[in-house]
Design a protein around this ligand. Structure first.
Ligand code: HAM
Length: 435
């Protein structure tokens, strides 16, 4: 049997890379006050439909639905499901975090800003290719309750610092930013784009035409090359921003300048999710990842809380894709080596010594040492080979002759230097040696 198409097993150094990247994120993001949150991997479908938008690719085409056996029977007999039974695997993390913030009143009105971070798998039924999976891992942050441009700048800076901390070179990535306006200025812009799509309808794909009246801005992230070319010529949102949005955007840029963060303004960056207002941004790898070059992205979503049934609460966040970030790291020659598996190997000369060996291994672990022993009745020679393979620096040999004197042999694996130590003192002795 094989793993499903578009999914990956994280084995060996890949799994270590996922750990290291999460730990780096925790380290950097905690400096900015972000605290962990974990939400379910599936939610009521409506969380995503309302949160992300029905006319987005993510919801319209790529969502995985979750059915119990009972639900499956109902659906296959043409019956409809109640909202609570209508479940989907999360395609992204923001909608679930906002649902949770509303449900648990995490951001009381007038209260301080709440900063949350999460990591885990997301699911989108896209056509799999390098850097594009159906199950992929994201690390994301959501900052709720802060409307000030300093919050926008802070999380953009934090994302860049994260990539720097991983070792991604500054000149191998670019930061794109844009403002998408708000309820004041965006409706007029949408209308302009709707008209633009109608004027170019013959050259645009069916999807772009279909969405022209529902959600015209989606035409900007259409993947069809011809549509991309045509949308290049569309009017820019930067020319339609209202004074407040303009001022907000200018201040975000000022803060980025103050922090020495390089960015490129991309007036056509609209991102693929409907909840964004004002600032949006994306970090792209310049070479090597082809079309899947966005290693992270996010933006402000000041209306999302209300849309999902909460009190008006501004928000801003981002998510970075682990797999693409890892590809970018590998492309810049950064490797994550597997650590040794264990520090101490307790070798048993014959079965009669097994009880003592077993107790020493447990005592070593209780003393905080990574220790292991054989569970397959192997010869002493194979046990030493295994100790080498695991990268152990010390072996404790438990044999009948030494045991008769109440002792075991402690051997340094590199120099083969040996000493005899009392059985009951062996674990602590080796723990002290290693510390
Ligand atoms: P997104 O741009 O859809 O934003 O995804 C964020 C990142 O996830 C992308 O930049 C990419 O690295 C990775 N990613 C997306 N789809 C795939 C895929 N099929 N395979 C591999 N990697 C993928 C969001 O998800 C928003 N929730 C970000 C956000 C948080 N905005 C505000 N708060």
């Amino acid at each position: 049997m094989k793993a499903p198409r578009g999914t990956e097993d994280l084995l060996g150094s890949d799994s270590i890379a996922w750990d290291i990247i999460q730990n780096t994120a925790k380290d950097i993001f905690s400096r900015y006050g972000f605290k962990p949150i974990t939400t379910p991997i599936f939610e009521q479908q409506d969380v995503f439909v309302r949160g992300i938008g029905k006319a987005t690719d993510v919801v319209d085409k790529e969502m995985f639905h979750v059915l119990s056996n009972n639900g499956f029977d109902k659906v296959s007999h043409g019956e409809s499901l109640k909202a609570a039974q209508n479940l989907a695997l999360r395609p992204e993390g923001t909608a679930g975090v906002v649902r949770s913030a509303i449900e648990h009143n995490l951001v009381p009105q007038g209260g301080p800003t709440v900063k949350l971070m999460y990591a885990g798998p997301m699911f989108r039924c896209e056509r799999p290719q390098k850097g594009r999976l159906r199950q992929f891992n994201q690390i994301g942050v959501e900052c709720l309750g802060a409307a000030d441009p300093s919050a926008d700048a802070e999380i953009i800076i934090m994302l860049i610092r994260f990539y720097e901390a991983l070792g991604i070179k500054k000149d191998s990535i670019r930061l794109l930013i844009n403002s998408m306006g708000d309820d004041n200025c965006r409706p007029a812009y949408r209308e302009t784009i709707r008209q633009y799509i109608h004027d170019h309808s013959d050259d645009l794909c069916e999807d772009c035409n279909r969405r022209a009246d529902i959600n015209p801005l989606r035409a900007f992230d259409c993947k069809v090359e011809k549509c991309r070319e045509i949308m290049e010529g569309a009017p820019k949102i930067s020319d339609s921003l209202c004074d407040d949005c303009k001022a907000h955007y200018e201040q975000v840029k000022k803060y980025l300048d103050l922090a020495g963060i390089a960015y490129e303004e991309d007036p056509r960056l609209v991102r693929g999710l409907d909840y964004y207002t004002r600032t949006v941004f994306e970090v792209q790898v310049i070479d090597g990842l082809g079309a899947q070059n966005a290693i992270g992205g996010g933006g402000r979503y000041d209306k999302l809380m209300e849309v999902m049934g909460g009190k008006p609460t501004p928000g801003i966040g981002f998510a970075l894709g682990f797999e693409r970030t890892y590809l970018a790291l590998q492309a810049s020659g950064i490797e994550f080596k597997e650590d040794s598996e264990s520090d101490v190997y307790v070798a048993v000369v014959d079965e009669a010594c097994a009880n003592e060996a077993f107790s020493i291994v447990q005592a070593l672990r209780d003393a905080g040492v990574r220790a292991d022993m054989d569970h397959q009745g192997r010869s002493l020679k194979s046990q030493f080979k295994q100790a080498d393979r695991m990268g152990c620096s010390v072996a404790i040999v438990v044999g009948p002759d030494e045991l008769a004197n109440g002792q075991v042999t402690v051997r340094k694996m590199d120099t083969h230097e040996e000493e005899k130590v009392a059985v009951e003192a062996a674990a602590q002795h080796v723990a002290d040696m290693l510390s």
